[in-house]
Design a protein around this ligand. Structure first.
Ligand code: CAA
Ligand code: NAI
Length: 246
């Protein structure tokens, strides 16, 4: 058990990569707050995992809303007595070419993918400091490092996540808190599956391994960064992209 009795908040835990992480962390003995905007899927997923003997609690949250995030953290502490791990996984896309991008779509992507990560980390931080240890794992993207056609808003938010990760690593190392990010490549979740086949084929063609990631590929990287195996890995952006970035 690599996370025995560790308390982990996983945002965006109802679907895709976040759900794979909830499953993986549960198998390793973590107690989990599955935090998501999507109430029906999230509550059902938590219930099913509890029936399998895992300790998973669903909390509805909009990471872009500070009050909602504070409520998530209060619930986590009330239920589990503290927090050890935060996985800032929730994220959205609203793709459009620069010339056509609506301001509302630019703003919402930044609100969720950038401000949401700030909100969650700032709210959880006092509880990690209290313990004198902790793990913060952020989610960037190949788009945030390389850029991507149609993703002005998303790429900006994911590049910002890298900047925050490195700043927090410098601030929080002396408090015993590890901060790292994972930069997934194209991963088979709803986010990618809604793309036209032509674009998915284009995505595949730039991957050295010649396949897209499955959510478990990314969940395994989160697990490494959440476990004590990565205690000396700090301020790192782990590319899990089948060799797009080399
Ligand atoms: N590379 C180069 N050129 C591209 C391109 C690409 N990847 N994608 C589109 N273009 C070109 C088109 O060929 C077209 O060129 P012409 O004007 O010369 O014909 C021009 O850009 C406009 O493209 P569209 O006709 O498709 O424009 P649209 O307004 O109908 O749609 C779009 C724009 C919504 C951005 C659409 O192109 C699209 O969905 N693209 C995919 C965006 C993408 O890759 N998203 C990643 C989702 S997965 C994810 O985000 C997870 C992660 O972290 C990686
Ligand atoms: P997904 O769309 O399958 O799941 C995202 C989850 O986040 C959903 O459950 C959704 O309800 C939740 N969510 C969205 N907005 C929220 C909000 N405001 N508050 C709380 N929860 C919210 O997406 P996927 O693919 O699993 O993405 C997970 C993370 O990985 C995201 O940060 C994404 O940007 C990132 N990523 C995904 C890649 C991919 O190819 N799928 C590639 C690189 C990064």
């Amino acid at each position: 058990m690599r996370l025995e009795r560790q308390v982990a908040i996983i945002t965006g835990g109802a679907n895709g990569i976040g759900y794979a992480a909830v499953e993986r962390f549960a198998q390793e003995g973590a107690r989990i707050i599955l935090a998501d905007y999507d109430k029906s899927t999230g509550a059902k997923a938590a219930e099913e995992l509890r029936e399998q003997g895992h300790d998973v609690t669903f909390v509805q949250v909009d990471v872009a809303d500070r009050d909602s995030v504070k409520n998530m953290v209060t619930q986590a502490v009330d239920i589990y007595g503290g927090i050890d791990i935060l996985v800032n996984n929730a994220g959205i896309t609203r793709d459009a070419m620069l010339a056509k991008m609506e301001m509302a779509d630019f703003q919402r992507v930044l609100d969720v993918n950038l401000t949401g990560v700030f909100n969650c980390t700032q709210s959880v931080l006092p509880h990690l400091i209290e313990k004198g240890k902790g793990k913060i794992i952020n989610t960037s993207s190949v788009s945030g490092v390389y850029g991507n056609v149609g993703q002005t808003n998303y790429a900006a938010s994911k590049a910002a996540v890298v900047g925050m990760t490195k700043s927090w690593a410098k601030e929080l190392g002396r408090k015993g808190i590890n901060v790292n990010a994972v930069a997934p490549g194209f991963t088979l979740t709803a986010m990618v599956e809604k793309m036209p086949d032509k674009i998915i084929d284009q995505m595949k063609s730039i991957v050295a391994l010649q396949r897209l990631a499955v959510p478990q590929d990314i969940a395994n990287a989160y697990l490494f960064l959440a476990s004590s195996e990565s205690d000396y890995v700090h301020g790192h952006v782990l590319h899990v992209d089948g060799g797009i970035m080399m």
